[in-house]
Design a protein around this ligand. Sequence first.
Ligand SMILES: Nc1ncnc2c1ncn2[C@@H]1O[C@H](COP(=O)(O)OP(=O)(O)OP(=O)(O)O)[C@@H](O)[C@H]1O
Length: 229
Amino acid sequence: MIRFEKATVSYPGPGKPALNQVTIDVDKGEFVFLVGTSGSGKSTALRLVLRELRPTGGRVYVAGKEINRLATWKVPRLRRQIGTVFQDFRLLPSKTVAENVAFAMQVTGKSSREIKSTVPRTLEIVGLADKAGRMPEELSGGEQQRVAIARAMVNEPMILIADEPTGNLDPTTSVGIMKLLEEINATGTTILMATHDNGIVDQMRKRVIELEHGHVVRDEADGAYGFQH
Ligand SMILES: Nc1ncnc2c1ncn2[C@@H]1O[C@H](COP(=O)(O)OP(=O)(O)OP(=O)(O)O)[C@@H](O)[C@H]1O
């Protein structure tokens, strides 16, 4: 589903590459944690999958497509197959919870009938059926992240990219968010999650890929967080 073949990313300017000959193979339906100290290259790797960046060396394949050779007009179609969740939620502040989720379907051209039936069902799954009419600012951080997850899953993406999704949440709320991500993973969605949350990684026992200075230094099934930070 995601394959890096000696992928290298050098940002403009001096300094070592942010990713240096990284080879990773993630199968459909896997749940993978990307760990490593700040600046080790985790976000850069996620941005490659989203084709926000192109590799400056090597190759990256997402859902069978080599992203460097993907025509610009095909990028939106690729991104529609990828859900994203970030540390800072990134909800639209002037739209209600339901409208935030509906908007993700509108931009992919779904019919209003489909939107009307899918949005309440999805809010039910994330436990926010009773908050559909609220504004994001009226919600707790954990609730806002659940809206973001509802929005990410509403189009049934093949891949879910999560960049520090529990970074702004307390441990109990984080566990709830991880349960949701596990449920989404159980439906076949491949999940790639960058995190500093050692408690979560140790608890979940999923595959762990550790980056250090842009290199993969560990790739373990059922791994632990494994280093101090
Ligand atoms: N837009 C950019 N321009 C230049 N250098 C960048 C850019 N983005 C990241 N870098 C550099 O690339 C390296 C990897 O950064 P990246 O954001 O991928 O790390 P990270 O592991 O996600 O860090 P964090 O855990 O702090 O989010 C760092 O040295 C960083 O300074």
